[in-house]
Design a protein around this ligand. Structure first.
Ligand SMILES: NC(=O)C1=CN([C@@H]2O[C@H](COP(=O)(O)OP(=O)(O)OC[C@H]3O[C@@H](n4cnc5c(N)ncnc54)[C@H](O)[C@@H]3O)[C@@H](O)[C@H]2O)C=CC1
Ligand SMILES: O=C(O)CCC(=O)C(=O)O
Length: 418
């Protein structure tokens, strides 16, 4: 298992590294390294057997200089205050690199949803929504899905908020289903940007995506869609894993059938096209052209990075590399497309959902995907321009240079209170 780095410290070291390449004053950088505020709350919820259980929950509002705080809500036993703070910081620089008028936030509940019934999860979610009510709103803070949450939870939060506020405000949350005001293309958006960014990187590096081999770690929303779309672009997905283990076929397998198998059995392990069952570490260190980490933070530490053989990494997950791993991979000339760009499709289409909710006018899937592609290609071009102009060794630093500069500009141009 990879050694754990504190994700909040990882975020701060990424900011510090980028800060050495930009002309932003130290006191402004200091402001950009910490959340503006963090809600820590305890949700007391009645279980189906009538007993009460307490769940710790957080919402971090990192930065609102460029617009309302924006970012997902995660349900996971490892959710912690520092994790949520880091994730909200990454959201701030993510919305900046893709240049959408939003800030950064993130939330989470310390819970393993597999251990609770649907009605218990609904009560937990509605209790959290009640706690969040004074903080959120379409012009204040707009949550969305993340690990182990999806349309169902977003619909519950919207309904709770609208009921308590006695209003209609679908833009208070994104990632809803279509009937509740969701957007076409939101479910696929994170995986879509991961592969669009990979396509741009392959083009930049003069590498052929057609026939390229791909390994995907994590087969949830982000990972499986990335596998499906990269397969459609002509690449060959040879390995994938989820929390139960991995599958491998040197000739490639059908990502959709692998997902069907996971839906039926709970895991991709045992999928019939797999020639060999492999470990999660095998997936991360496989000799492939493209590696897509799509699970959780700290998947690759410095030791594992020594064994990584991929040429390009497109980070669907947030924070999958520790800073020490980043350094090792930089030394090995692995081109890492940073999370804040690679997985920014999710928040970009969330932004489109928010725009559509406010306009009460809905777009076709074709328009959503076309607009998304424009934002990702522009962000990649901005990264490359800065990468070359500053002669940087790490694309992540280039992305942060662009993003920090944009957030700092908004802050500085708003003037100051006496
Ligand atoms: N859902 C979204 O719109 C967005 C998600 N992300 C990031 O993508 C990553 C994955 O999120 P989702 O796909 O939404 O979550 P999900 O809950 O749909 O899927 C997570 C997947 O990771 C697997 N997993 C967990 N631990 C693992 C391990 N140690 N080894 C291998 N697989 C493991 C799970 O089995 C599951 O297949 C997270 O870092 C999340 O923050 C980023 C941007 C947007
Ligand atoms: O769709 C959103 O607003 C945020 C998605 C998210 O949590 C992320 O990009 O990490």
């Amino acid at each position: 298992m990879a050694e754990d780095a504190n994700p909040f410290e990882s975020l701060q070291s990424q900011i510090d590294e980028a800060a050495t390449h930009i002309d932003v004053a130290d006191d402004v950088i200091e402001r950009l390294k910490y959340p503006e505020r963090v809600l820590e709350t305890n949700l007391t919820v009645e279980l189906d057997d009538g007993t009460l259980e307490r769940f710790k929950a957080f919402r971090s509002q990192f930065n609102g200089d460029r617009g309302p705080y924006k970012g997902g809500i995660r349900y996971h036993p490892q959710v912690s205050r520092d994790e949520v703070k880091a994730l909200s910081g990454w959201m701030t620089y993510k919305t900046a690199i893709v240049d959408i008028p939003l800030g950064g936030g993130k939330g989470g509940i310390v819970i393993d949803p597999d251990n609770y019934s649907e009605s218990e999860l609904e009560r937990v979610t509605r209790t959290f929504a009640t706690e969040l009510r004074p903080l959120i709103g379409e012009d204040r803070d707009v949550p969305a899905p993340d690990v182990n949450t999806g349309q169902r939870e977003m619909n519950w939060i919207k309904d709770t908020y609208e009921t308590l506020e006695n209003t209609t405000e679908p833009g208070v949350i994104t990632g809803k289903n279509l009937a509740s005001g969701g957007s076409e293309g939101r479910v696929e958006a994170t995986g879509r940007s991961t592969v669009l960014a990979a396509r741009e990187a392959f083009d930049y590096l003069d590498k052929d995506l057609e026939g390229a081999t791909v390994a995907v770690q994590g087969y949830g929303n982000a990972g499986w869609i990335a596998a499906k779309l990269i397969d459609e672009m002509g690449a060959t997905v040879v390995a994938a894993s989820d929390s139960s283990g991995g599958i491998y076929n040197p000739d490639g397998f059908d990502p959709v059938a692998a997902k069907d198998h996971k839906n039926e059995t709970g895991s991709i392990v045992g999928y019939e096209e797999s020639e060999e069952e492999i470990t999660n570490e095998d997936v991360l260190t496989m000799d492939v052209d493209l590696l897509i980490p799509a699970a959780l933070e700290n998947a690759i530490d410095a030791d594992l990075a020594e064994a990584v053989e991929a040429d390009v990494i497109s980070e669907a997950a947030n924070g999958p590399l520790t800073p020490a791993a980043d350094e090792v991979l930089e030394g090995k000339d692995v081109f890492v497309i940073p999370d804040i760009l690679a997985n920014a499709g999710g928040v970009t289409v969330s932004y489109f959902e928010w725009v559509q909710n406010r306009d009460r006018f809905y777009w076709s899937e074709e328009k959503v995907n076309e607009e998304l592609e424009g934002h990702i290609v522009n962000a990649f071009d901005a990264l490359v321009e800065t990468y070359e102009e500053h002669n940087l060794d790490n694309p992540r630093t280039a992305a942060y240079v662009v993003a920090i500069q944009r957030v700092a500009n908004s802050f500085e141009e708003s003037g100051s209170w006496p």
